[in-house]
Ligand binder design. Structure first.
Ligand SMILES: *Cc1c(COP(=O)(O)O)cnc(C)c1O
Length: 397
């Protein structure tokens, strides 16, 4: 017997909506932020440097430069890489718009490669054909937290002299072949938006081993100004500072950094909880037909920012839209990550029409299920029950 779907007037699996992602703030975080508020510095104080040092240590890099948000951090990385007018940067369309927007900010042109249909990550075999004399960099994204095959991208980067800026907004704490994400690309960005692994409210960071990029990132986030006498061309007195490039005010506050330091203490626990929840999902869905689950085993360890399932539309009587709406009606906070970047009207208006058949096929089939460390086991069971209910209802067999 099939149960009536909530979409058609049946009783929903849950009484209240389960969001797809959410921060986890506890008393120790509140205490840490209060201490900053009672202290001397709300911005440009010591909490920033401490947060940067701790993130750099966790990623295994020499430097980290904190920004007001992850998008500003990507903008900084594109600036530091020297990307400018007419330069081309290859990236993936299966990402948040910011991964490509950061190139447009500096008047460069994003070029969209296609994706691997299993992982949703950029497909390295589609990159090489897109490289032209104007190509300067590659921005791969660790989609859902699964690290991209950076070793393969590195070979291309070396062959053509390209810079790699890894958008690891999803991949804080992930590793590839045992190497932590952050230590392999020229620059790597992490985001601290509330749905990401740890949060600072808004916030982002670039980690790098390069002295040159480090100096440029510092200037760029603070108006392009340096106060360091050894970097200044002139010297007119103790007040002297120089604006040497067109930067922005992209600084993180100490309030944010204080929250970040406190959240970092829990990042390993958050990560292992995400992995536990994923195991519950994989067990719960093992025998369900009509779904393709995210593959678990590969050369790395995902940080599981998102749990994205793919619908086997050939086995279902409904499309993604109807299934999505049915899950929503069951009070499951589903989502779609992502609308391909070049679908957005702004990109269309600029004549972005890449040939990405795998991206198109993938996009039609994906649904993101809730996943965040504060989720309870019972919440996962609710999602499994709702997905079972909906898929069985729409199953062709
Ligand atoms: C969240 C995110 C960003 C932007 O980070 P913000 O901190 O929200 O500015 C960039 N790229 C990807 C893939 C993201 O998920």
């Amino acid at each position: 017997m099939t149960e009536q779907l909530a979409l058609y007037g049946g009783k929903p699996v849950r009484d209240s909506l389960l969001p797809y992602g959410k921060q986890w703030i506890s008393e120790d975080d509140i205490k840490a932020v209060s201490e900053i508020l009672r202290g001397d510095f709300l911005t440009t104080g010591p909490a920033i440097e401490q947060f940067e040092r701790e993130v750099a240590d966790s990623a295994g890099t020499s430097y980290a430069v904190a920004f007001a948000n992850g998008t500003a951090a990507l903008h900084g990385a594109v600036f530091a890489a020297g990307i400018g007018e007419d330069d081309e940067v290859i990236t993936t369309p299966m990402t948040f718009a910011a991964s490509a927007n950061c190139v447009l900010y500096q008047k460069g042109r994003p070029v969209f490669a296609d994706i691997d249909p299993i992982t949703g990550n950029i497909d390295p075999t589609t990159i090489e054909d897109l490289i032209t004399p104007k190509t300067r960099a590659i921005i791969p994204v660790d989609y859902t937290g699964r690290p991209v095959a950076l070793d393969r991208i590195r070979l291309l980067a070396e062959k053509y002299g390209l810079i790699i800026i890894e958008d690891a907004a999803h991949a804080f704490g992930a590793s590839y072949n045992g190497i932590p994400v952050g230590s392999s690309a020229d620059m790597t960005m992490f985001s601290f938006h509330p749905v990401k692994h740890i949060t600072t409210g808004e916030g982002g960071i670039i980690v790098t081993n390069s002295d040159e990029y480090y100096e440029k990132l510092l200037m760029f986030r603070s108006h392009g100004i340096t106060k360091n006498p050894s970097k200044c061309r002139g010297s007119e007195g103790p007040w002297y500072h120089e604006m040497q490039c067109l930067g922005y005010n992209y600084r993180m506050t100490d309030i944010q950094a204080g929250l970040g330091i406190s959240q970092l203490k829990k990042s390993a626990a958050f990560l292992s909880r995400r992995r536990q929840l994923v195991n519950l999902y994989l067990e719960g869905f093992a025998s369900l037909e009509g779904l393709v689950l995210p593959p678990k085993d590969f050369e790395g360890e995902s940080s599981w920012h998102l749990f994205v399932i793919r619908l086997e539309l050939e086995r279902l009587k409904a499309g993604r839209r109807e299934i999505f709406e049915a899950l929503q009606a069951e009070n499951i906070g589903v989502n779609v990550h992502y609308i391909p970047v070049y679908h957005h009207p702004y990109y269309r208006s600029q004549d972005f029409r890449p040939d990405c058949p795998q991206t198109e096929r993938f996009y039609e089939r994906i649904v993101t299920l809730p996943l965040y460390p504060a989720m309870r086991d019972e919440d996962v069971q609710d999602v499994i029950m709702a997905v079972n209910k909906v898929c069985n209802y729409f199953s062709k067999c």
